[in-house]
Design a binder for this molecule. Structure first.
Ligand code: HEC
Ligand code: HEC
Length: 426
């Protein structure tokens, strides 16, 4: 049985399993001393306050004795199966229509299980990496590192923010859309040799070994039973729970949303925007007019054709945007998906970058430089970026640049960085 995944150092006596089947008296004495020792140890500051009390016995038959479940003992109140957070009926604005949920609607208890799985290092072969290692709440559930560190090296592409993953027409996931659904995506990092290491090849343990590990973990027995009715751990259940947790991460507390709620459509000026922000919005949404050489002579910048408002999710028809370098230095023309452009900035104004599948751009200004002057000879380049067959030249004026950046800043809220329901429960 594997309950104490995190060693508790000086509190070693607390993780020694207590004999649950002893007579009532012995149990009460043991419990009394455990309580005493806990009180004494906290007096001497030998324990971190959030240390899981994994040695406290699970449910007993005695109706008078306090029942401490493995979930309570492990998460110290951060997970409460009797009173889970609201994941399943969060408010979604009426103007949001795009949704890829498709048959796996969010329930509070399944998403709660997903939260634990997302933050649990036990999902990697050597128990050092969790999904949250590369998808950090403080970074909009992305990673500021160019390449993310896994159990056996670093990733070949830059990590993706997991913001409003639910709200888009494109059902496929990853930069190159190789996962047919979010559910299918969620167990691929676990089975990746570099990322989490349950590949079953090259001496790696197999996915079945992970299922056995989780089946032997008492808090997962309780979490799966609460979520699915029985304690059985299966790949499908892991996928459903992780996908629900990810789909629950939503950003609708932005200044853009406050303005959008007051108008009939995106093209109306937003009453809460400055003139510059409204100008930036029109530039983002509007179609460009080009001359026969691909030079923009008027209109907007065409961003909204591929990053569709009000979700700012990728158009399923989008092809390559001309960013083709790889982290390894080669070329890759297969990347046609972008995360939502919500939360490209953090609340403090810093960029949640670097950006693109190869993390090529550190700032949004560099991103604009790219669209301002799309490179030639790119395979699979989206026709919208090569009007008349010539790579586009937006001829961005300085004041237009500032306006688009001001608009992109309105797509940031604070909830995704702060809300407890998306936080590390360990
Ligand atoms: C070692 C770092 C790492 C770990 C661990 C990791 N990811 Fe990722 N994640 C990435 C990278 C890099 C990408 C982009 C990879 C690509 O497109 O080829 C990505 C992409 C994704 C995407 C696609 C997002 C989109 O909009 O298409 C999802 C969803 C995701 N990860 C979820 C997870 C889940 C769930 C876990 C844990 C089971 C996890 N990740 C573990 C690095 C990581
Ligand atoms: C033809 C479709 C298309 C158009 C038009 C377009 N984009 Fe993109 N955008 C993409 C694709 C595809 C990606 C992901 C490319 C990659 O990483 O290889 C992307 C990526 C991005 C990213 C990086 C997202 C991240 O999380 O790293 C930003 C920012 C961005 N675009 C902003 C813009 C802006 C601003 C405009 C208008 C000036 C624009 N885009 C126009 C298709 C488009």
């Amino acid at each position: 049985m594997q309950v104490g995944l995190r060693p508790s150092g000086p509190c070693f006596f607390l993780i020694t399993p207590l004999p649950v089947n002893f007579s009532l008296m012995v149990f009460r004495i043991a419990f009394f001393f455990t309580t005493l020792l806990l009180a004494a140890s906290s007096l001497f500051l030998s324990c971190e306050p959030d240390e899981p009390l994994t040695g406290v016995p699970a449910a007993t038959d005695d109706p008078d004795s306090p029942t401490v479940t493995a979930v309570q003992a492990t998460f110290n109140g951060a997970i409460d199966l009797a009173d889970p957070f609201n994941y399943g009926s969060q408010t979604v604005p009426g103007y949001i229509n795009r949704d890829n949920t498709d048959g796996n609607p969010i329930t509070d208890l399944q998403a709660t299980l997903g939260r634990v799985l997302f933050y649990d290092q036990a999902l990697s072969a050597n128990q050092t990496i969790s999904c949250s290692s590369c998808h950090q709440q403080a970074a909009g559930f992305g990673d500021n590192a160019l390449a993310s560190v896994g159990v056996a090296g670093t990733t070949g592409r830059h990590s993706m923010r997991l913001i409003n993953a639910r709200f888009g027409d494109e059902p496929r996931f990853f930069w190159d859309e190789r996962a047919s659904t979010l559910e299918a995506q969620t167990t691929q990092p676990i089975q990746d040799h570099v990322e989490m290491g349950f590949s079953g090849n090259d001496g790696d343990p197999a996915f079945a070994d992970l299922l056995a590990r989780l089946n032997d973990t008492e808090y997962y027995q309780e979490l799966f039973a609460a979520a699915f009715g029985t304690a059985q751990v299966t790949e499908v259940r892991i996928q459903q729970a992780l996908a629900q947790f990810i789909r629950s991460i939503q950003s609708f507390d932005t200044r853009y949303d406050a303005g959008r709620a007051e108008v009939n459509n995106d093209n109306d000026p937003f009453p809460n925007f400055s003139a510059q922000e409204n100008q930036g919005k029109q530039l983002f949404l509007g179609r460009p007019q080009f001359d026969r050489n691909g030079n923009r002579v008027g209109g907007g910048l065409g961003c909204g054709g591929c990053h569709q408002a009000p979700e700012f999710s990728i158009d399923p028809g989008s092809r390559n945007n001309g960013v083709v370098g790889t982290l390894a230095g080669g070329q890759d023309f297969t990347n046609t998906r972008s995360p939502s452009l919500r939360e490209v900035f953090r609340p403090n104004g810093e960029a949640n970058g670097p950006f693109m599948h190869n993390g090529q751009f550190t700032t949004l200004n560099e991103v604009l430089n790219h669209y301002n002057s799309i490179p030639g000879n790119v395979q699979n380049l989206d026709p919208r970026l090569q009007p008349g067959g010539n790579p586009q030249r937006l001829n961005l004026a300085g004041e237009e640049r500032a306006a688009v950046l001001a608009f992109l800043r309105t797509l940031t809220g604070s909830a995704v960085y702060e809300d407890e329901k998306w936080r590390d429960p360990f």
